[in-house]
Design a protein around this ligand. Sequence first.
Ligand code: MN
Length: 236
Amino acid sequence: MESLLRAMQELVVANRILATEGVCDAFGHASIRHPENPDRYVMARSRSPGVITIDDLMEYALDGDPIDQRDRAMYAERHIHGGVYEGRPDVHAVIHNHSHAVIPFGVTGVQLQPVLHMGSLAGKDVPVWDIRDHFGDTHMLVTNMDQGRDLARGLGDGRVALMRGHGCVVAGKSIKEAVMIAVYLEINARLQLQSLQLGTPTYLSPGEIECGMQQFVGELAIDRAWEYWAIRAGCE
Ligand code: MN
């Protein structure tokens, strides 16, 4: 129970950070795999990440059914999380967001690539998943497990998949790692857009990306960023 409480407190901080750093606005959500029961995940009721508290957190089965709903409204797109947890035992945190600078790379065919060392966190060859490929014309939201599983297949064994005309999904080994990836995904996208306006960017090489993917999820980097972002978000 103690590990669950600690994990939930961390998830609240993660939500506040994602809002403060411009990754989530009114929409978007973050979850963790239940630390004691891998067949469940923990996520807030339907509320903006910028205002959630520990009392908003709920437990879900991987198929998206709530364990104890108590009339609380649920995120329509919770199946993003279940789909990824079901297909990826190595993943312990999932973030879905509509962070603005990332959107152009999902709709133009211009590949999102690292121009910044920290941008390597998203990995090589970030895929773009298109809901229309298998589901035709929709409101673009991932609202059932078929769609969640299809998105998880699009993500493959990577850390990030863009969602055409919508946003992205980020998968991490921990919530701190997922937050790190999501924040720098947005920053790198902004810098890549700026670089493309000036000329032809020199992107990080595949080998540099490999190195960065390990280096910047080390404890030293993550704890330093987490403390800074948590204080900026009014936590701690
Ligand atoms: Mn969405």
